[in-house]
Write a protein that binds this ligand. Sequence first.
Ligand SMILES: Cc1ncc(COP(=O)(O)O)c(C=O)c1O
Length: 397
Amino acid sequence: MTQLSQFVSGMDESVTLAAAARAKALKAEGRDIIDLTLGQPDFVTPKAIQNAAVAAITDGKASFYTVSSGLPELKTAFAGYFERYYGYKPAANEILVTTGAKFALYAYFLAVLDPGDEVIIPAPYWVSYVDQVKMASGVPVIVETTQAADFKVTVDQLEAAKTARTKVLLLNSPSNPTGMIYSREELSAIGDWAVANDLEILADDIYHRLVYNGAAFTAISSLSDTIRTHTTVINGTSKTFAMTGWRIGIAVGSPEIIAAMGKISSQTTSNAAAASQYAAIQAFSGDDKDFHEMQQAFEERLNTIYPLLAEIPGFEVVKPQGAFYLFPKVTQALTATGYTNVTDFANALLEEANVATVTGEGFGSSENIRLSYATDLESLKTAVARIKKFVIEKSKH
Ligand SMILES: Cc1ncc(COP(=O)(O)O)c(C=O)c1O
């Protein structure tokens, strides 16, 4: 048998992708599964964006490698778009186009971490951060937040987690999986603390426009010039423009870090797919009509499904402000139904109630499960009704 590397042997597969694969397999067997594992909009990429890629293909422009750091026209379009939401305009050497935001994150860790350098990651966290930090020889330092504190980390907690090896503080707002958004005041306090301790801030802002019911996104990098010089922003087209399949991520940061990340992509991916980059130019320069329709659909689903979920006995849910996930705490439901952990509970929901969710374990929480509302309203209502029935019936035994 092939002896695999220690590097890969120590890695876990993404739990969300594994849960989605299991749901797909059961569906293929003919089971009536409602899949709430999905981390992607259930909308098709807007026509104008598709057409821009088609034109680039038929013109022949998409046939070739591009500049490794990204097409200059894409950087120009993105800089104008970014300024609308962040209030400052990055220069071309402060922007890197990557093969998805996921690769931008990995390139960042490879660019800034030496073996043993610590990255503070507030939990619950998006599944890939921890493994990516390890893959880059860094050490993830998890800081647990509580549902009572809306899953937000405080400066006191950060201070307690800091060591001489702390290099990076990672923030993800709006958050996957909690949907929480840090306020301007919270971010100012955290940003000032990071600057005072000379830490790098990694701001994963991929859900920045997916906010609902009047909630406002604040970019930590916009708060002051000093915070900005310490911050690298990760963004992309996947969530905002329903473009997960196109694989366009964008990093914005100091010329030094961007050039270092660019070295990593030049030696690995070369460039993000050319057709996707032409599509992204259109995404960043087009109108907002399709985005607003999608955002309204998400908001309606959230407002419909949140109260129904909160009614399930033993489910405690904080209403999310952004992204497209609900993250109920199910500990009381576990006790009532006789399950000892959230993973078994999520598996039973799949096997017995035909609803695919993701165990909180992959996000660093042993109390919650994650449901995505990136699916149609009728399916969502049916799924929640199935979960409720399952919990009530199991609780009787
Ligand atoms: C918080 C977060 N960051 C980054 C990503 C990666 O996005 P991309 O599709 O651009 O790789 C995701 C996707 O699920 C995400 O939820």
